[in-house]
Design a protein around this ligand. Structure first.
Ligand code: NAP
Length: 333
């Protein structure tokens, strides 16, 4: 069968073999004409059929370690992403919301009526359903593994010791802000209007909670001198970071923490002299100290992703084994 024939046949029959996923650590130079998901760890393009695959591949930079998944392997990979099993913070929950949002944007935006949106739509619905099921069955009892819950855990009782300054109002800051309870929350963001939007959202959830939006870099620096703990959810910036560190050193109180989630190993280097700093890398390191139970549960969830993908390959609506032969045929443990 030619690839073109396979493409049109698939549209009618929902053939999982035609699902293709490209993954790179670097963003594509231009549109891949696929459904794209961009996170801080990867860029993913989801395509259906083989016609557009070659052109999509060329959009990714050669040094981005491009990976390609096909058919059931592509579905299993997407499931693992949705379940947080491909995240550095394993089993984190925020990624699921990010993917759902990306799909909403794609399927209701300019690409909404496209053939690709129609072809992918049933698979995305299956994907979200399967991910929810796997999370509930295997990962629910792991304890919350969101960035917010980890930050909260890190701050511990200190969270109530004085004001918390949150820098940023993007996806990460929005996910973390609801966890920063226990003391007054100060919000600062390059675009103050976004910080105000976040404050309004937080106010709707907990009207009694004290939240203050700071104005400009001067307002932020004054807060560095007065906050007890600081959570940074923006990328490193050499000039602003120098001012921030100087302001932190000028504060009158002691103790507290700076949790810098915008900085990986390189970005955190300039902060290394501050003993109160916890970088994103350090946070991942702490989480790698998984208990055996946690590791086993994660392994089971990974196996469930494989199994779901194989069953979906048997028929789009199959999500449970039909018979022992089905499992035997696919050698699912
Ligand atoms: N999302 C995650 O799950 C996740 C996980 C781990 C680490 N991170 C890291 O956390 C940081 C924020 O990620 P995000 O997902 O929240 O991104 P996002 O939704 O795009 O938001 C970016 C945030 O950073 C601010 N920002 C961007 N460039 C800036 C600059 N040059 N100077 C000052 N502020 C700047 C933005 O301010 P404006 O509103 O003014 O644009 C916004 O508050 C990134 O460094 C990312 O790598 C994210």
């Amino acid at each position: 069968m030619t690839q073109t024939n396979r493409g049109s046949l698939a549209f009618e029959t929902m053939d999982l073999r035609l699902l293709n996923v490209l993954q790179s650590h670097a963003a594509p130079a231009a549109s891949t004409n696929g459904f794209e998901i961009h996170t801080c760890q990867r860029s993913v393009a989801v395509l259906y059929g083989f016609e557009a695959l070659g052109a999509a591949r060329t959009q990714f930079p050669a040094d981005g370690a491009l990976e390609q998944f096909e058919g059931a392997a592509a579905y299993a990979f997407l499931l693992r992403i949705c379940c947080g099993l491909e995240s550095k913070l394993v089993a984190e929950t925020e990624i699921f919301g990010q993917i759902k949002q990306a799909w909403r944007n794609f399927s209701s935006g300019a690409c909404g009526g496209s053939r690709l949106a129609q072809q992918l739509s049933p698979w995305m619905q299956h994907l979200f359903r399967d991910a929810k099921e796997i999370r509930a069955q295997y990962l629910g009892s792991l304890g919350s593994a969101s960035y917010g819950s980890q930050v909260r855990r890190l701050l511990g009782d200190d969270a109530a010791a004085g004001p918390t300054l949150l820098i940023g109002a993007g996806q990460l800051a929005q996910a973390i802000a609801p966890w920063l309870t226990g003391s007054e929350l100060w919000l600062s963001n390059r675009t103050a209007a976004r910080a105000r939007e976040l404050a309004t959202e937080l106010g709707k959830r907990s009207p009694e909670r004290p939240v203050r939006v700071l104005d400009g870099i001067e307002g932020e620096l004054a807060a560095w001198r007065g906050a007890h703990q600081i959570v940074i959810c923006v990328p490193p910036d050499v000039d602003s970071d120098r001012l921030r560190m100087a302001a932190w050193r000028e504060r009158t109180g002691s103790g507290g923490r700076i949790i810098h989630l915008g900085a990986g190993a390189e970005g955190a280097a300039s902060w290394k002299d501050l003993p109160e700093l916890v970088s994103l890398g350090a946070l991942f390191g702490m989480l790698q100290a998984h208990s055996d139970v946690r590791r086993r549960q994660i392994e089971r969830a990974r196996a469930a992703c494989r199994e779901k993908a194989l069953l979906r390959g048997l028929g789009a609506n199959a999500s449970h084994p039909h018979s022992w032969e089905d499992l035997a045929a696919f050698n699912v443990a």
